[in-house]
Design a protein around this ligand. Structure first.
Ligand SMILES: Cc1cc2nc3c(=O)[nH]c(=O)nc-3n(C[C@H](O)[C@H](O)[C@H](O)COP(=O)(O)OP(=O)(O)OC[C@H]3O[C@@H](n4cnc5c(N)ncnc54)[C@H](O)[C@@H]3O)c2cc1C
Length: 840
């Protein structure tokens, strides 16, 4: 057993940050793909055919129409980037022996002018040339691939140029292993007809109650060479692996998301004068981070989605009224909605994109009340959040597409502060960063608890039962007195705050009668507009402690030994434990730690332990208070771990205020300070980039975060099972946990590169694997992503879901129009309880 005061780790940390990254070995980068000026352009012997094909195409499929000679120039220039010049020329040579002979083309082309036309210009008695005479159809594949192609049945397809999905073992859009097979092959003069046929096949099957469906197609531009058909319908969607199935004359497309909502035409909304979104943060660090995250959403275009059950006209009227009550600079639609989608979305986790129809930013309770009148009048559901940084759980995105994003960040006042009793009353928009600055500027003897990212809101994080690291870390347990606006605009206060004159409004949760604060946590029963919350008194001293153990199985000893000290009061504040992979993720991408195939092997893990100077598991905890008290606490910890976990290493660093005064938080250096003394930052955000493989990769994360009893053998069994699940997909166990007295909130981080479909499928598979393992053990998540809320809620099944029935009874009484955050934590208003009602 060692007990040491270590040297400052900053130098080492910096060295890790500065490692060079080799990101050049990715097979087929996004950049390469987008820079390829991909044009499948070849000869077409009959110009008229092209005209007809073009006429049929229209809509989203912008096929370009031209003959071989017209397109040859373009194709030749694109050859330099992509297609082999020779192959394109030879295709044209096959089509006509002398490709440079103008007269030959003129001679074989038939002009549409040769046909009789109606007054509307439609061709009469037109005869289509047989496929055997059409060497190639011309398609501008680049144009098709830049956006999803939408069929008349409102199915969307992603297009891949120069790709044949082929047949055989594949992974479908939901991450399932499938055998991809052809359903039928037929002749199609255009890509759009091929896609329409796919949609039709599915639609007609559904109509007759048959579960067959078409998920993807392959289209070949060559008709003459494919006498039995150049369009193949296939039985499944496909995750396309870059580089796979190269075929120069092929275009493949796979069905993406079924649009389940009505889309609206934004020309009906007169938003022309709206100036667009102003910065969300005054602090440039957070604003920059905000832009970074939301400016690169996976969704390329924002669908203009209507709220469920609301017509286009009603929606337009409602938006006009919202502008009337909030002002035109507080209502947003169109491209501005990119700030209101889930930047960490896993499209493969569901068929619906969670996009709002509009966003509104009220600045006061009165604004909010007025807006709720509009929402009630038109029965338009809203999705409430404070700062919308609930990343990993959906961010600001609504559970139901088409809800209006109710963004409360402009209600951002610190309403009251009480230094002696250590509380503040804040509005929803107050961030951890704002609150810290507020206290620091006034030199208040208070340390606010902060989550590991300072851009989140105190209210939003607390309502979603988020956590920090100092004595008031369990934020929701420190609420005292809230103000809530109900769906009908009524304003309610809780606890002693419900007495207009109580001097104890924010000193206690005590209520005369039932305590109702909990009804508004992770809830859709009201909108919290003020929250009283306790802060940690600025201590005289802080001892930064860490304890690490070398072996994977040591987690059992850690849990039992530290769990006991949590319960008996030796360790009154949060104890945070992490696996070494997660610590490594903070200091470098995975490729910097391990370049081999598959999960990081055990031998490399041992090396990493040394390089990072940590254990396989490491415990970080702080002791806060008078110096003599924390010294006594430390002595007790030392004695306990020496006896019960002798292979571990305990380290500490003590920081005290000058001249026995109080400790200045910013005087504590890293890695001991920061969030562990209530100073906010964005320090943990790089973790999400762990699996990034290229320069243009975009890191993201999800989480499976169950509540687990604080028992060593239970935690060990759980983490072994979790490790297997991660490794089954080639990922590494990435986890940490917050030790409360009797339970752990065990966070399985699911970092992934959101530009990589295989990784997205992999993390969703891991999530479902962990969910299955956890549920089998009786665990449930403490928080959930919007796409997993119903799934987690389903676990609370006692007495045929009596809990859900109880809350839904309240929901129907308090929110009869079902306008507040439908589906939050699996609670649905009556009108949207049937899933079909959630679509237009
Ligand atoms: C790298 C990384 C590290 C993270 N570390 C932590 C951490 O240490 N601790 C932690 O807890 N989380 C952590 N998170 C998760 C998340 O970022 C934070 O919890 C964040 O504070 C939540 O965002 P927010 O505060 O803006 O809440 P919001 O997004 O505003 O709100 C969260 C939810 O609460 C509800 N809500 C919000 N405001 C209201 C309101 N006024 N009335 C009614 N309901 C409301 C809504 O359902 C909303 O979806 C981390 C995330 C990442 C990516």
């Amino acid at each position: 057993m060692q007990s040491t005061q270590p040297e400052n780790m900053t130098d080492q940390s910096t060295a890790q940050w500065n490692r060079s990254v080799n990101e050049n070995d990715y097979m087929f980068s996004q950049e390469e793909r987008s820079s390829r000026n991909w044009v499948l352009i070849v000869a077409i012997t009959v110009a008229v055919t092209a005209v007809i094909v073009g006429g049929a195409v229209g809509g989203g499929l912008g096929a370009s129409l031209a003959n071989c000679r017209q397109n040859l120039g373009a194709s030749l220039s694109s050859c330099q980037n992509d297609l082999s010049r020779r192959s394109v020329e030879s295709q044209c040579e096959n089509a006509s022996p002398t490709t440079t002979n103008d007269s030959l083309f003129t001679a074989t082309a038939t002009s549409s002018a040769a046909f009789e036309t109606t007054t509307a210009g439609l061709l009469v008695n037109y005869t289509v040339e047989p496929p055997s005479k059409v060497f190639n159809v011309t398609i501008d594949c680049d144009a098709l691939a830049t956006s999803m192609q939408v069929t008349q049945a409102q199915e969307k397809f992603s297009v891949y140029c120069g790709v044949d999905f082929g047949t055989g073992s594949r992974v479908d859009r939901n991450g399932n292993d499938v055998v991809l097979a052809d359903i039928v092959r037929f002749t199609s003069y255009s890509m759009q007809d091929c896609l329409e046929a796919c949609s039709q096949y599915t639609g007609k099957s559904q109509l007759w109650g048959v579960s067959n469906s078409c998920g993807s197609v392959n289209f070949q531009v060559s008709m003459a060479n494919n006498p039995t058909g150049n369009c193949w319908l296939k039985n499944s969607t496909v995750i396309h692996s870059p580089g796979a199935g190269r075929c120069d004359r092929c275009i493949s497309a796979t069905k993406d998301f079924v649009i389940s909502q009505g889309v609206y035409d934004d020309t009906i909304i007169n938003m022309a004068a709206v100036p667009g979104l102003p910065p969300a943060y005054a602090d440039s660090t957070y604003q920059t981070a905000h832009e970074d995250v939301f400016s690169t959403p996976l969704t390329e275009t924002i669908e203009l989605v209507l709220p469920p059950g609301v017509s286009q006209d009603d929606f337009a009227q409602a938006i006009e009224k919202a502008v009337g009550v909030l002002g035109k600079d507080a209502v947003f639609t169109g491209d501005d909605l990119k700030y209101y989608i889930d930047p960490y979305d896993i499209p493969e986790a569901g068929t619906v994109k969670n996009i709002p129809s509009a966003a509104v930013c009220p600045s006061s309770v009165e604004d909010l009340q007025e807006f709720l009148k509009v929402a009630n009048e038109y029965k338009i559901a809203v999705w409430t959040f404070s700062r919308g940084k609930n990343l990993g759980y959906g961010g600001p995105a609504p559970r139901v597409p088409g809800c209006i994003a109710l963004d409360l960040h402009r209600m951002n006042k610190v309403v009251e502060v009480n230094e002696k009793f250590g509380y503040v009353v804040v509005e929803p928009g107050v961030t951890f960063g704002d609150l810290y600055t507020f206290c620091a500027e006034r030199k208040l003897k208070l340390w606010p608890s902060v989550a590991s990212l300072g851009w989140g809101s105190v209210v939003g994080n607390t309502l979603d039962r988020g956590m920090g690291f100092i004595p008031t870390a369990v934020h929701h347990e420190n609420i005292a007195g809230m103000e809530v606006v109900l769906a009908n605009g009524d304003v309610v206060r809780t606890g002693q705050y419900s007495m207009t004159t109580s001097p104890s409004a924010h000193l206690t949760k005590l209520t005369f009668g039932p305590t109702i604060d909990g009804l508004f946590l992770q809830s859709n029963l009201g909108i919290v507009t003020k929250m009283g919350i306790f802060l940690t008194p600025q201590p005289q001293s802080y001892m930064s402690c860490s304890f690490d153990m070398p072996e994977f199985d040591d987690i059992a000893a850690i849990v039992d030994v530290f769990g006991e000290m949590r319960r008996n009061g030796t360790l009154p504040a949060m104890v945070y434990v992490f696996h070494l992979n997660e610590w490594a993720a903070l200091f470098g991408k995975r490729s910097e730690w391990w370049k081999g195939e598959g999960p990081i092997p055990e031998w490399r893990t041992k090396e990493m332990q040394k390089e990072l100077d940590i254990g396989n598991w490491t415990v970080k905890f702080g002791l806060y208070g008078p110096t003599t008290v924390i010294q006594a606490q430390y002595a007790e910890v030392l004695q306990v771990v020496t006896e019960k976990a002798p292979t571990g290493r305990l380290q500490y660093s003590l920081f005290s205020g000058e001249e026995a005064g109080l400790l200045e938080a910013t005087s504590v250096p890293q890695p001991h300070g920061g969030i562990r003394v209530g100073v906010p930052s964005m320090w943990s955000i790089p973790m999400v980039n762990f699996y990034n493989v290229r320069e243009d990769s975009i890191g993201a994360h999800g989480a499976y975060s169950p509540i687990v009893p604080l028992e060593g053998k239970v935690l060990l069994g759980w983490v072994k099972a979790a490790k297997e699940v991660y490794e089954s997909q080639g990922f590494d166990l990435l986890c940490d946990f917050f030790m409360h007295e009797r339970y752990a909130v065990f966070v399985c981080m699911l970092c992934f590169d959101k530009t990589d479909a295989e990784q997205r499928v992999g993390v969703e598979k891991i999530f479902q694997g962990l969910f299955k393992e956890g549920s089998a053990r009786g665990f449930a998540k403490y928080r959930a992503h919007i796409k997993h809320m119903d799934q987690n809620a389903e676990l609370f099944d006692f007495n045929n879901h009596a809990y859900r029935r109880f809350v839904e009874t309240l929901k129907d009484a308090l929110d009869p129009n079902g306008i507040l955050s439908p589906g939050k934590m699996g609670i649905w208003p009556a009108r949207l309880r049937n899933p079909e009602a959630r679509t237009v």
